[in-house]
Each structure stands twice: as C-alpha cells, then as structure tokens.
Write a protein that binds this ligand. Structure first.
Ligand code: GLU
Length: 474
C-alpha cells in the first residue's frame, strides 16, 4: 500500500468547532493507524468569511488536542505552501489546461445575465459560454473582458465512485452544474482548489463532511480531465444538537476552547468526539488517543448522524478526572480556583483532596464550593435531619458546647466531637450533622464536619459557629 496521506482542510472562519475537530481527528487516526502522514491545509480563498486570529486557533487547538500534523503552514513540509491563498498561481495553470482539453471554458456572462437566467427559473448555468467560438474567446480575453473559468460537465451519462463509508455513489451528469473553478479575481473556488491541492499534496485519502458527498463526482471529473489519479473518499455524517439541528457555533459551546473553559479535559474531549460517528467493535468507550490510533477502523464509522450529548461527555470526563494523580488534579484545579474570589486564603491543596472524587468537570468547583458564599442567612431548616432527628432547637442546645470544644481543641477536633457526644448522650451522627450544618449552612458539602472545619480554619470556623448560635437563639 502506498503511504497514506490525509489532510484536514479547515477554512479560517472562527473557532474550531467540535465537528471540524472530529474530521481532523478521524483524518489523523486514519493516517497514523496506517503509518501515514497527516497534513494541515488552510483553505482561505473565501476572503469574505475570513476571521482574523482563527488560523492561530486552528494551530493551537490541534496541537493542544494532540493531533500533531506532519506538514502544515507553521511546520513546513515538502508540499507547501500549505495556505491556499499563497498557492494562487498554480490553480490558473491547471484551469487553462482543462480549457485546452475541453473540460472547462471561459465564461464572460455578466451578473445581470446570470440574474435574468435565475429569475427565468433556471436552476443552473445554461452553458451559454461553452458554445463561444475560439476566436471570440480570444478576442474578449485580449480586450480585457472580465471572466471566470467554469467546469464543462458532460450533458449525458453519469459519474460513479465508491465512498469508503457510503459505498457506490452515482450522480447523473445532468444534475451537476458547470461550477466556477476560477473566480473573476483569479482566486480558485473550493470546488477547484480542493482537487488541485489534494493532488499536488499527494493526498490519497480525502476525509471530510458528508455535504461534499454529492459534489465529489464533479471533482472526480476534474481529476480525470487533468489525467490525475482519483483519491479514496471517506465522508462523515454530521454531528447534531438534536434530531433536526446541526451542532454549530450558533448554539454556543460547540468549540474546543469553550469545552476547555468549561472544565473538560482534552483527553476526554478527544475520547468523546471519537465516539461521535465511530464505535469500536467491542463497544469499549474509553480510549486514549494512542488507543484510538490502534483501534480506529473505517468499518466502525457510522452511516447516520450522531447526537452530541454533553452528559455523556461529562461522564467520560469524570473517568479521566478520577484517574488523575492528586498532584495533577490539584494543578489543573488551580486554573479554576482563580475564578472564585471566595476561595482566596483557603488551603487549596486540601480543598483539592476533598474535591477530587466529586468533580466531573472542573467548573463543578463552583457548585461544590458555593456553600462558602451562601452561608450568611442560610435557612435554619437545614438543621433538620429525619434520620438523626435533629433540628434548629437541638443546634441551640448543642452549639455553646461545640464552640467551647472548638476553641480548646481544634487540633483534636474529631475525638473532641466524639467525646462531646458521649458525655452528653448525643449520637455521633447528631453531633457531626449539627456541627457541619452550623459551619456551612449546607446539607451537602464536599467533606464531613471535621474536614469542613479544617478547610475553613479555626478562626473562620468559630465565627461561623457563633453566627449560627446567634441565629438559632433568636
Ligand atoms: N474548507 C472546507 C471546509 O472547511 C474543507 C472541506 C474538505 O475537507 O475538503 O468545509
């Protein structure tokens, strides 16, 4: 088998959304699985859709996610330049070749004529300029008339190819339009540039969105017209938000960066998006990137769209979080602690030990520590616990003693609380419940009574216990 060369060819139109990243991932996996090369090409010929800064986002996202490309604009390679706008001269030469052998033609139709054609109900260009005489074309070119170059699609017959996911695809040639290959500004359209670039870059496996499935016969006619070998094709179904809407930036949160900011780990994002359109033979769901390289196979690529499920991704993320070492968890959590002012001054390392088993995504830190800011004026009903038969009245009874033992015995708090219960005939569960609620005002906290006291420190613990006593005594 010749060396596999795949490419990811994004247009720099903003953030790298999840669908684009999935295409990149599959192209990467297929190349690496087969010992091939993965290439990045920036398709920036549509200047109107260009968003400054997005090329850098593409580079950094791919690298951060571990999809290291072997060739690309910022890493070089033997087939550059890897930015389409820097390849402008190559396209015209090949378009002219196609004109010479009858597979393309100059078109001088004005905007007005095309509008009239459209208004008259035509659904595609009527080949008007395909019938101009050679002399007329030469005269008009010499005169400097504005022109485009269009593909000359045969009016009869059909074109077939085999997609590696969808099987045989046949399109009647009469369904295809004589698309523009070179625009009046000399820039190629996607319809032409993808063919020329893929050929010149030696791309033999084209992996891209299913929206190109039915235009591929058109591209194949260009390969044929230029005497080039057609590549293999792998088209991918879209990722949906729900049954009817594609996942897109418009619905928010669909970019890699957004998910990183939300507290997902890159390993989990990659793992989850691999499953959006592919499944392993044994239905395993947790894969590192190198395991994916090992397991990925085209037989597992889905024929139907997949639905993005953030809960599922959260679950996958939680598996990765659990596997982190204490130290890695803490270092990663540090990036998020800064978002919460009220955490300043706490022993964050200790907080990390409490949160590690409870965090699914790192922004859970906000929910899990909210009790720290919500203490003031908490509902005294919180003291009620049916199992332990506790309430605010019992808190009023116990708190003076609990405050005293906290002052005297903060370092041996656990034993002091147990002895306190024994001495006064309270159950251990009652003492720990009342103590923890008086400290935090919350039924659910990321740790028990003693852990909460240690987290808050002696002074803050006493302040809170006294505050609770004052409130239950009112
Ligand atoms: N620039 C195209 C896009 O972003 C690439 C399609 C392809 O991979 O050929 O949709």
């Amino acid at each position: 088998m010749e060396q596999v060369r795949t490419r990811f060819a994004p247009s720099p139109t903003g953030y790298l959304h999840i669908g684009g990243l999935r295409t990149a991932l599959y192209a990467y996996l297929f190349a690496k699985k087969n010992g091939g090369k993965f290439i990045l090409r920036i398709e920036d010929t549509d200047r109107e859709r260009y968003v400054p800064g997005s090329v850098e986002i593409i580079y950094s996202t791919l690298k951060d996610a571990g999809l290291i490309y072997d060739e690309g604009p910022d890493v070089g390679g033997d087939y550059g330049p890897y930015i389409q706008s820097e390849r402008k001269n190559a396209y015209l030469e090949y378009a002219k070749k196609l004109v010479e052998n009858g597979n393309a033609y100059y078109c001088f139709c004005t905007k007005e004529r095309l509008e009239e054609l459209h208004a008259s109900g035509a659904t595609k260009y009527d080949k008007h300029c395909a019938h101009l005489s050679k002399e007329e074309v030469e005269m008009r070119l010499k005169r400097g008339d504005s022109y485009v170059i269009r593909q000359n699609i045969p009016e009869e017959g059909s074109t077939t190819y085999t997609d590696m996911v969808f099987g045989d695809i046949t399109v009647e040639n009469k369904e295809l339009e004589d698309n523009i290959l070179i625009k009046s500004d000399g820039m190629p359209t996607y319809n032409f540039a993808n063919v020329v670039d893929d050929h010149l870059m030696g791309i033999n496996y084209v992996i891209r969105g299913v929206e190109y499935l039915s235009s591929t016969p058109k591209y194949n006619l260009l390969y044929d017209g230029l005497g080039w070998e057609r590549p293999h094709y792998i088209h991918l179904q879209p990722i949906m938000r729900d049954a009817t809407h594609k996942l897109s930036k418009r619905y928010g949160d669909a970019s890699y960066e957004d998910f990183i900011k939300k507290g997902f780990l890159k390993e989990a994002i990659i793992n989850y998006i691999a499953l959006l359109g592919w499944s392993s033979k044994d239905n395993t769901e947790k894969f590192t990137l190198s395991e994916l390289v090992d397991k990925f196979d085209l037989g597992g690529v889905s024929h139907s769209p997949s639905i993005f499920d953030e809960q599922k991704m959260t679950y996958i993320n939680s598996l990765y979080v659990k596997e982190m070492s204490e130290e890695d968890f803490h270092n990663y959590a540090m990036k998020f602690y800064g978002n919460y002012d009220y955490l300043k001054g706490l022993d964050l390392k200790f907080l990390s030990t409490l949160l590690h088993s409870r965090v699914e995504v790192f922004t859970d830190i906000g929910k899990l520590t909210a009790f720290l800011t919500e203490f003031d004026g908490f509902d005294l009903q919180t003291f009620a616990n049916a199992k332990w038969k506790t309430d605010a009245a019992l808190a009023k009874e116990m708190l003076p003693g609990l405050i005293e033992l906290t002052e005297k015995n903060f370092d041996g708090l656990h034993d002091a609380l147990i002895s306190f219960g024994e001495a006064h005939g309270y159950k251990k569960g009652q003492v720990l419940w009342i103590y923890r609620i008086a400290l935090t005002g919350a039924q659910s906290t990321p740790g028990g009574a003693v852990e909460m006291a240690v987290l808050l420190g002696k002074d803050e613990s006493l302040r809170r216990l006294n505050e609770s006593l004052a409130r239950v005594s009112k």
